[in-house]
Design a protein. Structure first.
Length: 327
């Protein structure tokens, strides 16, 4: 199986679907002439032309509204935000427009839109450009929220998102666009709402998603050296959440640690914790622990960023705590 970059997997997904369906188009800041701020849309203007790969002004509310209107009239827009921090300018359109369109129109209109772009921190970009909004959007009925962690999932999930009849929030990461991974050459779609056990284990279940799952892999490798075998679940989508996958794993390992980049209050980790203690309480041999980002705006200084974010050392400590290992 060939290995391609995360950005190339996203591009392949859009290209393949746009070649099959002329109603699909891409719009956003610098997606056309500049080939995308992160070169995700490189070459797409040349292939599809200016009517289907559209550069926009710096006006997220405006072009998100245009996307909703065009979706109501039969088109299938892909809206790229340069970062999801900028989606806050358009959040009224997304929440009060796209998400509610089906229910408020009594099923007369749908909003088959993909809102995509990077989420979370990307180094020393400070507070206003480093926020995680997965849990914000996952809180809203009418939206689906996808957060892939590798190129294969990125392609399969984006293809599914593009053909989905509902609005999908598709969250990537600036720090992952250059990541390489195996991606099938044949056509495939990855189902939205299905988590994946990416590493089987017996001692502790670790749940994560998005780029921060790489921290979990690093921790698991170190724990293996000490004879601790963890099972890793990649949620892949955070609305809907695949609770049965998590609960079945907890029934096997009897312990759960959740690793997430965002702020603690109202997090995806909190929601998973509630569901597991409700439906699998008798299987737990230790309290559920979570490793989160700091409960402050992300600092600028690299030393403070390192302290703020989940890291392998924090994960290892949490795993040993739920196993009652004192070393």
């Amino acid at each position: 199986m060939r290995e391609i970059q995360f950005r190339e997997a996203l591009r392949e997904a859009m290209n393949e679907e746009m070649r099959k369906d002329e109603s699909i188009y891409l719009m956003g800041e610098e997606v056309a002439e500049y080939n995308g701020a992160y070169k995700v849309s490189q070459g797409m203007l040349d292939e599809f032309g200016a009517k289907r790969v559209i550069d926009t002004p710096i006006s997220e509310m405006g072009f998100s509204g245009i996307a909703i209107g065009s979706a109501m009239n039969g088109l299938k827009p892909i809206v790229e935000f340069m970062t999801f921090n900028f989606s806050l300018v358009a959040i009224d359109q997304i929440i009060n427009g796209a998400a509610k369109l089906m229910s408020m129109s009594g099923g007369q209109f749908s909003a088959p839109i993909v809102f995509r772009g990077p989420t979370g921190n990307a180094g020393m970009l400070s507070s206003q450009h480093s926020q995680c909004f997965e849990n914000w959007y996952a809180n809203c009925p009418g939206l689906k929220v996808v957060v892939p962690s590798n190129p294969a999932d990125a392609k399969g999930l984006l293809k599914s998102a593009i053909i989905d009849p509902d609005p999908v929030i598709f969250m990537e990461s600036e720090l992952m666009y250059g990541d390489k991974g195996p991606v099938p050459e044949e056509t495939y779609y990855t189902e939205i709402g299905k988590a994946k056990v990416v590493k089987e284990g017996t001692d502790v279940t670790i749940v994560s998603f998005g780029k921060i799952i790489k921290v979990v892999y690093a921790a698991a490798a170190e724990l293996e050296k000490e004879g601790i075998n963890v099972e890793i679940i990649d949620l892949r989508t955070v609305r809907p959440i695949d609770y049965p996958c998590v609960i079945e794993s907890v029934k096997k390992t009897n312990r759960l640690v959740i690793v997430e980049e965002s702020w603690p209050l109202g997090s995806i980790a909190t929601e998973v914790t509630f569901k597991v203690q409700k439906d699998a309480f008798d299987y737990l041999d230790a309290p559920i622990l979570r490793i989160m980002g700091g409960d402050v705006p992300l600092p600028y200084a690299p030393t403070l960023i390192q302290e703020y974010l989940p890291n392998p050392e924090k994960v290892i400590k949490a795993v040993k705590e739920v196993m009652y290992v004192k070393k």
